[in-house]
Design a protein around this ligand. Structure first.
Ligand SMILES: Cc1ncc(C[n+]2csc(CCOP(=O)(O)OP(=O)(O)O)c2C)c(N)n1
Length: 197
């Protein structure tokens, strides 16, 4: 899927949400199309994608059909999308998906399968103990997992860097880590118009 189509999809979700036709929260992607298209060049159909509350582009780029995804989002599942057939799993709990991704990578290694895990995390998630431990375990056991840190500098409305009093993220530049930064064109959640249900 190309950059224009990705953004067009997300814009449609935004418009649908702003017209109060989605009765649950949405967390939109944006301004990270190029970076994700690049990352997904490495990801094969047999590989596993783990993500969070913000996963629309991850789903689309892993091959989830637009109509199925849009329908699920309209049915209120934006932050809890699951597509076993496409090997896409998400969790809306900060850090919740991390050990599941790690365990999948461990199982792949134990079974000597030719598959990989790709774990997408916001930069605040990447600073949690769960991410730190998973990364340490994955590197020391050389598990087939890549951690992708998607840095928009914010955790909801809180500045991640000043929270931890750091100039750099803990996992940035470490083995098995891909990092990119981007400026989210949307609020943390929703699509810019206050909608309450
Ligand atoms: C255990 C837990 N605590 C708090 C929240 C509320 N929450 C949802 S997203 C989020 C911010 C996470 O920021 P980051 O990992 O940088 O991801 P981003 O939303 O910026 O993509 C928080 C605190 C949650 N979902 N789960």
């Amino acid at each position: 899927m190309d950059k224009k189509s990705l953004f067009a999809f997300e814009k449609k979700v935004a418009d649908t949400f702003n017209s109060a036709k989605i009765k649950a929260p949405v967390h939109l992607h944006g301004n990270n199309e190029d970076q994700l298209i690049e990352v997904f060049k490495k990801i094969k159909a047999v590989d596993w994608v783990f993500s969070s509350w913000r996963s629309h582009y991850h789903c689309l780029l892993k091959g989830v059909p637009e109509d199925i995804l849009m329908n699920d989002i309209k049915n209120g599942k934006s932050i809890t999308l699951m597509y076993p057939d496409y090997r896409v799993y998400t969790s809306a709990i900060v850090g919740g998906i991390v050990p599941i991704a790690l365990g999948t990578a461990m199982a792949i290694k134990n079974d000597s399968k030719n598959e990989s895990v790709y774990l997408f995390m916001g930069e605040m998630t990447s600073e949690t103990g769960a991410a730190y431990e998973a990364h340490k375990y994955a590197v020391n056991h050389d598990l087939p997992i890549t951690f992708i840190i998607e840095d928009n500098k914010k955790s909801v409305c809180t500045d991640t860097y000043s929270t931890w009093k750091v100039d750099e993220l803990s996992l940035k530049g470490k083995p098995k880590v891909i990092y990119y930064d981007y400026q989210l064109p949307w609020p943390h959640a929703g699509a810019g118009v206050r909608v309450q249900f």
